[in-house]
Design a protein around this ligand. Structure first.
Ligand code: ADP
Length: 362
């Protein structure tokens, strides 16, 4: 096993640079998720680590080996893709054993090891089946088994769950996490889905335009986003952003709407960020905001609010919905200490940033 390091890694296609001077340090045994909108360079970064793309400049190492120019097969990695690409004519057992057979491991030994791995993935009773007779989730587990059997130093996952339906995706995600915890193999996982990133990673790297926007623990990034991009990318429903100014503990938006914040958070023109969970609508006949829509999710509800033409989102415990009705008027307050303040010009966080040792380097 080994950690992974990117040092100043750049990837250009002709005159277009898609990954800029990327530095990443992924500790041995960690589960790192590269997350960001489509086209931000996640897959390219993973493919450079796998050796499937050349590196324009910079170095990539696995453990103490510089692998920048090594062929994929010499890097001691295993990769699981979105399309599992199982061999249709081989059984589950033979598919899992395949990488060992390719290295000329004797057949009996390879099949025995495949059986053990299939067992650990809950595929023990499906050993003789062909891929077409498996569900999508089972096929993806076979693909994971085929990656595990080689006992690589590093696992790479490129959106491996995106072909599965919502329920299977959640189940397979849980299984994947358990397998990774059990094996303790350094893993790098690419997704555009921030929820997947939050649940899987012990380290999350948010990418934007071929650069690191923020790196840290999922909770650290969620609690202290470095700018409005990360603030609105991580978390669902997404963070509300409002331009305005503070007067003491009251924030007045540029449209003249007031929100009670409970702390004097900043001076001058800023962008205020409030997570939907921290924005509280209170029924009031003379309230300046209107409830547009209430969507009950079970124990909680998403409340969409109209604030002088701007739309804000609040998440309210179902038990606290009393008095709130669509079309009703409300005032808004934000939990003290729960607001995020960003520089209006640059979008960078201006107060309260970085309390948990996040590394926020760009
Ligand atoms: P992500 O995985 O974050 O969606 P990618 O790493 O696939 O993004 O792509 C990053 C950028 O690189 C995109 O703008 C994409 O169009 C560009 N790109 C990827 N492959 C090539 C290529 N072979 N030639 C030119 N541009 C490419």
């Amino acid at each position: 096993m080994a950690g992974v390091r990117f040092s100043g890694v750049t990837k250009s296609y002709g005159s277009t640079t898609v990954v800029h001077d990327l530095d990443m340090e992924l500790p041995d045994g960690s589960f790192t998720v590269l997350v960001g909108p489509s086209g931000c360079g996640k897959s390219t970064s993973l493919r450079m680590l796998a050796g499937l793309e050349t590196v324009t400049s910079g170095t990539i190492s696995i453990g103490d080996r510089d692998v920048t120019h090594l062929a994929p097969r010499d890097r001691d990695i295993a990769m699981v893709f979105q399309n599992y690409a199982l061999y249709p004519h081989l059984t589950v057992r033979e598919n899992i054993a395949f990488p060992l057979r390719a290295t000329r491991t004797p057949r009996a030994g390879a099949l025995k090891r495949a059986d053990e791995i299939a067992d650990s993935l809950g595929l023990g009773n499906l050993l003789g089946r062909k891929p077409k007779d498996l569900s999508g989730g089972q096929q993806q587990r076979v693909a994971i088994g085929r990656a595990i059997i080689r006992e690589p130093s590093v696992f790479l996952f490129d959106e491996p769950l995106s072909n599965l339906d919502a329920k299977l995706r959640v189940e397979t995600r849980t299984e994947l996490l358990q397998i990774q915890r059990r094996l303790g193999i350094t893993s790098v996982y690419v997704t555009h889905d921030q929820e997947e990133a939050m649940t899987l990673s012990d380290r999350m790297i948010v990418m934007r335009d071929g650069r690191t926007a923020q790196a840290g623990t999922p909770l650290g990034v969620y609690a202290n986003p470095v700018d409005t991009f990360v603030a609105t990318f991580v978390g669902s429903p997404k963070m509300n952003l409002l331009d305005g100014e503070f007067t003491g503990e009251t924030f007045t938006t540029t449209s003249g709407f007031e929100i009670t914040v409970g702390v004097a958070a900043a001076r001058g023109p800023v962008t205020l960020g409030v997570r939907p969970d921290d924005l509280m609508p209170v029924p009031a006949e003379d309230g300046d905001a209107t409830v547009k829509l209430i969507e009950l999710l079970g124990p909680r509800a998403i409340v969409t609010l109209d604030v002088r033409g701007a739309e804000l989102t609040s998440v309210v415990e179902a038990a606290r919905l009393t008095g709130l009705a669509e079309g009703g008027r409300v005032t808004l307050s934000a939990a003290a200490g729960a607001v995020h303040v960003f520089d209006r010009e640059s979008g960078r966080r201006s107060v309260g940033a970085n309390t948990d040792g996040n590394d926020t380097s760009r």
